[in-house]
Design a protein around this ligand. Sequence first.
Ligand code: URA
Length: 245
Amino acid sequence: MSAGKTVRLDRLLANLGYGSRREIQILARTGRIRLDGAPLRDAEQRVVADDAFAARLVVDGEPLDPLPGFMLMMNKPLGVTCSHKEAGPLVYRLLPDRWRLREPAISTVGRLDKETSGLLLLTDDGTLLHKIISPRRQIAKTYRATLDRPLRGDETALFAAGGLMLEGEDKPLLPARLEPLGAQEALLTLVEGRYHQARRMFAAVGNHVVALHRISVGGLALPDDLAPGEFSVLDAEEIARVFAE
Ligand code: URA
């Protein structure tokens, strides 16, 4: 949220998913919204919705949720889908219930397959989202791939050369970096985000991915202490790292 912008308190909290404006007014009147510890009973007052204000506000004894314009990273577990509406477990269900009512809504920054784990970014900031997925920026995404068969030995050069054509496509791939970690394990760094790209690249060289885990996006790495299903809100320095090499 831009600095200095004023907004009605009930609108701010309603957009954060705390309830309807009417419900927020009741929260305020009953002393459940506090600023510096003192009840804020007038929910119609305008407030400066910046981080400094948010840090002083407490709702039902809890710090305020992140203001609009935030990004988080999740360690996406296996078996959950990056979708708002498909059947089965969805990544959005791993966030607090209230966050699903936020306006603007939270979206994943690109997608990981249901059976891919690791670093997944989510944001409610459409401009930031498009900056990260824009093909023009070629932000590097690194995956650890576990393979069904040993590497042949020529994959690193083949992927690095660019020009590999995936089945069913008519545009060759940009160069990608492959760093073998063992006979059946490698790091693969892509600057594109084609459908099932990593799996299809290994299929193109006669192999099969049995596990795929994203370890970094740009210069932002998944921390070791973020367990599958856990997430953390990024600070400005961490967001900047996404755009760093
Ligand atoms: N490549 C894939 O095949 N799957 C992913 O989820 C990401 C990259």
